[in-house]
Design a protein around this ligand. Structure first.
Ligand code: XMP
Length: 517
């Protein structure tokens, strides 16, 4: 499928633009701003979108665009900084007027043209810029203005070049998605054909070709990415795939069963379950340092997986169909951001469920071009259990890093009960979709005095950490309804023996991380 290329000028918006394009059911890919016209041509794009960026076109060393890209005859949309690059490159005028526009801004459309057709003449859009486009390039039509920006949008139907000063990818821009859709459907003549069904068909075909008649293995973590990746591979090559599920005993209530029973029933996948709870717990005995725990869990996971893998390799060798491939649930944001996320160095995200670097297999990565919401949509289309498909992010080291203190079986069971109550009440209150995730943490090293029944108690606190977030890089604490919080607190202190206090974490990230360890 021909991609719409989103040229990344270095702000955080490129991924958002790529996602919005896909929400319009058109396939998009992100490329760096220093890409050459030849490389763009090599990708055979259906259209190009120039993203916003933090720079001013006047700054020394500000990111530039190879001007030949604008001569390829491919439809182009410039956004914010990308809009100013277009103005500057094509002979318009960009001035540093000292007038800035940030946030919600009133926009007046003088002539809808193609880009703004069918939209209200007055609307609110989201701006974030210092310089202004004072004059559009010759033969370009000016479409809209604001109080401080005389040229807030322009287009040339003949050249198929379009631009807006504001950020249509941001939800605060009232008509944002329609601007993008006008560009894609009318400006570039594209059809909305990027759908879950098409993606599945395309991936299944690709996997079959890559794998041929060889065997494949895959690790299931209980999370949505590995579940969908494995289901796609299974759809393509059936029983040539064997999935391995290492149950490290650090999962939440019901999660192991969801994989072993419901997921297998839905897919028919051949699954090897390794029950490694005792092994993990004895390795974690006496350890309360968070980094130490993470390292132990990561190490044990790899060892356990490799042991299972060796057995499978030996079995496969007997009947002369060797295992050649390993499935990984790498997502598109990981590909774009490879080079390490912001959190690198703060905690060792060794990603249990992820695997060692030196494996002797070729990788099959069927989610490499997909965003998380697309992975969920595909999972749903493939008929996977909704508990897995809509699961909130859960760290690889599991409840091991949600017990502050030593990890023991009793403490895990206690935390599982409290966590199940929280999930149950959040679901009943319809809050699942409103929060990003809600870690439930046991402060096992802390005890406080309480009064329960007829006497004094000396129990542990449970911490609720509900957060809202776009990508887990930053987060805010969720303002949950007081009645809901009261219900959760009541149920936990009544139903979970050993807990006499429930505490709400009201720290944003930064400075707090989402997980406590
Ligand atoms: P923090 O605590 O760093 O978490 O704010 C950010 C996001 O990452 C998840 N997380 C992990 N995920 N392996 C994972 O796969 C890990 O070791 C890990 N540690 C944290 C966390 O749940 C949140 O969504």
């Amino acid at each position: 499928m021909k991609p719409v290329l989103v040229v990344d000028f270095g702000a955080q918006y490129a991924q958002l633009i790529a996602r919005r394009v896909r929400e319009a059911h058109v396939y998009s890919e992100i490329v760096p701003h220093n890409i050459s016209a030849e490389d763009v041509q090599g990708k055979n794009p259906a259209a190009i979108i120039l993203s916003g960026g933090p720079s001013s076109v006047y700054e020394d060393g500000s990111p530039k665009l190879d001007p030949k890209i604008l001569e390829l005859g491919v439809p182009v949309l410039g956004i914010c900084y990308g809009f100013q690059i277009l103005a500057q490159t094509l002979g318009g005028r960009v001035d540093k007027t000292g007038k800035r526009e940030y946030g919600a801004t009133k926009l007046e459309i003088s002539d809808g043209g193609i880009l703004l057709s069918g939209q209200p003449a007055l609307q609110v859009c989201w701006m974030s810029h210092g310089d202004q486009v004072m004059q559009a390039p010759a033969a370009f039509q000016v479409l809209a203005s604001t109080e401080t920006t005389p040229v807030a949008a322009f287009e040339s139907k003949e050249k198929k070049i379009y631009g807006v000063q504001w950020h249509p990818e941001v939800k605060h821009s009232e008509q944002g998605q329609r601007v993008l859709e006008n560009f894609l459907y009318k400006g570039a003549g594209l059809a909305p054909t990027w759908t879950s069904g098409n993606v599945i068909a395309e991936q299944v075909e690709k996997i079959s070709q890559q794998v041929g008649s060889a065997r494949v293995i895959c690790g299931l973590s209980g999370g949505v990415d590995s579940a969908v990746a494995a289901a796609l591979v299974h759809k393509a090559v059936g029983d040539q795939l064997t999935a391995v599920f290492v149950d490290h005993g650090l999962l939440r209530q019901g999660e192991a069963e969801q994989v072993e029973r419901d997921y297998v029933a839905a897919t028919g996948i051949r699954l090897v379950v390794v029950n490694a709870e005792e092994k993990f717990l004895s390795a974690l005995k006496g350890v309360s340092d968070p980094e130490e725990k993470r390292k132990i869990i990561g190490r044990e996971f790899i060892r356990t997986f490799e042991e299972a893998e060796r057995k499978l390799v030996a079995e496969a060798a007997k009947d002369n169909t060797p295992i050649k491939f390993l499935v990984q649930g790498t997502l598109y944001p990981d590909v774009v951001e490879s080079g390490g996320g912001v959190t690198a160095g703060i905690k060792s995200h060794h990603n249990v469920g992820g695997l060692p670097d030196d494996l002797q297999f070729e990788l099959v990565e069927p989610l490499r071009t997909l965003f998380k919401d697309e992975v969920r949509a595909i999972g749903a289309e493939l008929g996977l259990p909704m508990e897995i498909v809509s699961r909130q992010p859960f760290p690889g080291p599991g409840l091991g890093i949600r017990i502050v203190g030593e990890v023991t079986k009793d403490r895990l069971d206690l935390l599982r009960k409290a966590d199940a109550i929280v999930r149950d009440e959040l679901t009943k209150a319809g809050q699942d979709k409103l929060i990003w995730q809600c870690p439930v943490v046991l402060l096992a090293d802390v005890r406080s005095v309480g009064v329960q029944g007829d006497g004094r108690s000396y129990g542990h606190p449970i911490v609720l950490r509900p957060v809202s977030s776009e990508d887990a890089m930053t987060a805010d604490w969720s303002r949950l309804d007081y009645e809901l919080l009261a219900k959760i607190s009541n149920r936990i202190t009544n139903e979970v023996e050993g807990v006499n206090r429930v505490v709400l974490d009201i720290t944003s990230k930064p400075p707090g991380t989402i997980e406590w360890e």
